[in-house]
Design a protein around this ligand. Structure first.
Ligand SMILES: *[C@@H]1O[C@H](CO)[C@@H](O)[C@H](O)[C@H]1NC(C)=O
Ligand SMILES: *[C@@H]1O[C@H](CO)[C@@H](O)[C@H](O)[C@H]1NC(C)=O
Ligand SMILES: *[C@@H]1O[C@H](CO)[C@@H](O)[C@H](O)[C@H]1NC(C)=O
Ligand SMILES: *[C@@H]1O[C@H](CO)[C@@H](O)[C@H](O)[C@H]1NC(C)=O
Length: 192
């Protein structure tokens, strides 16, 4: 009894297997979507995917773009896939979409893909993930958002709500959270 209690306590304490790679890792969510569950990206999201994201990642030595698996039936990850498409085309990369989201997804898929890629390449990696599934992704690859005044849950909400956020993870540094700083981001003059 004591033994099993100890074991479960240990299981709770031991962190998920951290994905320890030298490659710089960038993570973004899908760009803005229309309201009321309408498919695709909103005009602002389209603008972000077409004009804002490609120049930001043009010179960051990306070798791999991981996008969660688009599912035409459920609509999952279609916006993420559309978000990544212009960048991928501009870099001549084909996104790797073999890792799914949701209840049936393999929790280790992304971590395994990162480790496999890191064995052969030092180039940077971009993950483009469904905003609704961000919590699961960060948990699965054991990435903690930078400490803020807010608790973690609020930070994660923030990330999902703001399509301009970029997470940057280097092996030697804590996670950095920054904005794409496109013309459609930040504070409008006169609004504050
Ligand atoms: C990262 O690179 C250093 C050398 O630059 C190497 O010693 C180390 O094993 C690498 N770490 C991983 C996780 O690949
Ligand atoms: C995902 O994006 C690629 C371009 O990167 C495109 O060719 C493909 O048709 C898209 N898949 C879906 C299901 O929309
Ligand atoms: C890594 O590169 C080697 C040689 O180019 C290749 O044989 C191997 O399949 C690659 N491994 C992965 C995981 O891509
Ligand atoms: C965006 O702007 C903020 C300051 O407003 C800056 O700290 C940050 O580095 C910028 N992000 C990028 C990706 O340039």
């Amino acid at each position: 009894m004591l033994f099993t209690t100890l074991l479960s306590a240990l299981a709770l304490l031991s962190p998920a297997l951290a994905v320890s790679i030298n490659n710089t890792l960038y993570i973004i969510t899908n760009s803005e979507r229309p309201s009321l569950g309408r498919p695709g990206l909103s005009p602002v999201g389209w603008l972000r995917a077409q004009s804002c994201i490609p120049p930001i990642f043009a010179n960051l030595n990306l070798g791999l773009i991981l996008v969660c698996k688009p599912n035409i039936k459920t609509g999952a990850c279609l916006p993420a896939n559309a978000t990544a498409a212009p960048l991928a085309a501009s870099l001549g990369l084909v996104p790797d979409t073999h890792c799914g989201t949701g209840d049936n997804a393999n929790d280790d898929c992304v971590g395994d893909a990162l480790k496999k890629y890191a064995k052969n390449s030092t180039q940077s990696i971009l993950i483009v993930w469904d905003a609704n599934e961000m919590d699961d992704l960060l948990e699965n690859i054991d990435i903690e958002l930078p400490d803020g005044d807010d608790d973690d849950d609020e930070d994660e909400d923030d990330l999902a709500v703001h399509a301009d956020i970029v997470l940057i993870k280097n092996l030697k540094q804590k996670v950095i959270e920054t904005s794409m700083n496109c013309s459609i981001d930040g504070q409008a003059p006169g609004s504050f």
